[in-house]
Design a protein around this ligand. Structure first.
Ligand SMILES: Nc1ncnc2c1ncn2[C@@H]1O[C@H](COP(=O)(O)OP(=O)(O)OP(=O)(O)O)[C@@H](O)[C@H]1O
Length: 235
C-alpha cells in the first residue's frame, strides 16, 4: 500500500506485573491508508486499546515495528513520542475530560494556543455543529454535545490521525449517531485518518475497513464496498 500512513509489522505488546505476563498484542501486521475510516471490533481484552495507544504514541511496543509515514515510532524515546503526538495525533476517549470551569470555546482554546497551525476554536466547534453553543459550559451541554466539544478539541490542531477509543460508549443511540456523524464529517472535510474502537457492532457500516480482534491478534479484516451514513445506522 503506497499511501499507507501506518504500517505495523509483527507488533507485540507484553505487560509484565510481578510474575504475571499479559500478552496484549501477539504479532499484529497492519497497513492503514491515509484518509481511511477504520473501525476496530472485538471482545473486551482483545488488544484494541493497546494497539490504539501504541499507534498514538501513548505506549511502546515490546517488539515489532510501527511506522507513521517514514517515522519509525518503535524507534522513538518518550520525548520523540511526545513530539509525534503533539504534531500528528488527536485523541477522543469515552469520557470527554473537559475542564468544567471553561466554556466549550475555552476548552478548545487550550489546544489551539499551543499548536503550530491550528484552526480557530469557533471553526473547530462549527465543524462538529456546535457554533451556537460555544459559550456554554460543559454542565450546560448534553453528553453527546460534550463529546463533540472533545472532538473539536482533538481536531483543532489539524492532526493527521484521529484515534477514538469508545467515543460513543457513554451515549444513547441518538447522540451516539450524532457523534459518529461529526467524526465522518471531519474525515470528509479534512481527510483525517480515523480509527474508531467500538462495542457497537452497527458502527462498522460507516467504515472503509473493519478490523476484527481476538486474543491480541487481528483475525479478520473486512472492506466495505460502500460506507453507510451515520444516520442510516441501526444502533
Ligand atoms: N497497563 C496494563 N497493564 C497490564 N495489563 C494491561 C494493561 N493494559 C491492558 N492490559 C491487558 O492487556 C489486554 C488487552 O487490553 P486492551 O485494553 O488492549 O483490550 P481491549 O480490546 O481494548 O478491551 P476493552 O474493549 O475492554 O477496552 C487485557 O488482558 C488487559 O487486561
Amino acid at each position: 500500500m503506497s499511501d499507507a500512513v501506518f504500517i505495523a509489522r509483527s507488533l507485540v505488546k507484553t505487560y509484565v506485573s510481578g510474575e504475571t505476563e499479559v500478552r496484549a498484542l501477539r504479532g499484529v501486521d497492519l497497513e492503514i491508508a491515509a484518509g481511511e475510516v477504520v473501525v476496530l471490533l472485538g471482545p473486551s481484552g482483545s488488544g484494541k486499546s493497546t494497539l490504539l495507544n501504541i499507534m498514538g504514541g501513548l505506549d511502546q511496543a515490546t517488539s515489532g515495528q510501527l511506522f507513521f509515514d517514514h517515522l519509525e515510532l518503535t524507534g522513538l524515546d518518550d520525548k520523540g513520542l511526545t513530539t509525534y503526538r503533539r504534531q500528528h495525533v488527536g485523541f477522543v476517549f469515552q469520557f470527554y475530560n473537559l475542564v468544567p470551569s471553561l466554556t466549550a470555546y475555552e476548552n478548545v482554546s487550550l489546544v489551539t494556543e499551543i499548536s503550530d497551525n491550528p484552526m480557530r476554536p469557533d471553526e473547530a466547534l462549527a465543524m462538529v455543529g456546535l457554533e451556537e453553543r460555544m459559550h456554554h459550559f460543559p454542565a450546560q451541554l448534553s453528553g453527546g454535545e460534550q463529546q463533540r466539544v472533545a472532538i473539536a478539541r482533538a481536531i483543532a490542531k489539524r492532526p493527521n490521525v484521529l484515534l477514538c477509543d469508545e467515543p460513543t460508549g457513554a451515549l444513547d443511540s441518538k447522540t451516539g449517531i450524532r457523534v459518529i456523524e461529526a467524526l465522518l464529517s471531519i474525515n470528509a472535510q479534512l481527510g483525517t485518518t480515523t480509527l474508531i474502537i467500538t462495542h457497537n457492532a452497527s458502527t462498522q457500516d460507516v467504515a472503509d475497513r473493519v478490523l476484527f480482534f481476538t486474543d491480541g491478534q487481528i483475525y479478520n479484516v473486512r472492506k466495505n464496498e460502500t460506507r453507510r451514513a451515520a444516520a442510516e445506522l441501526n444502533w
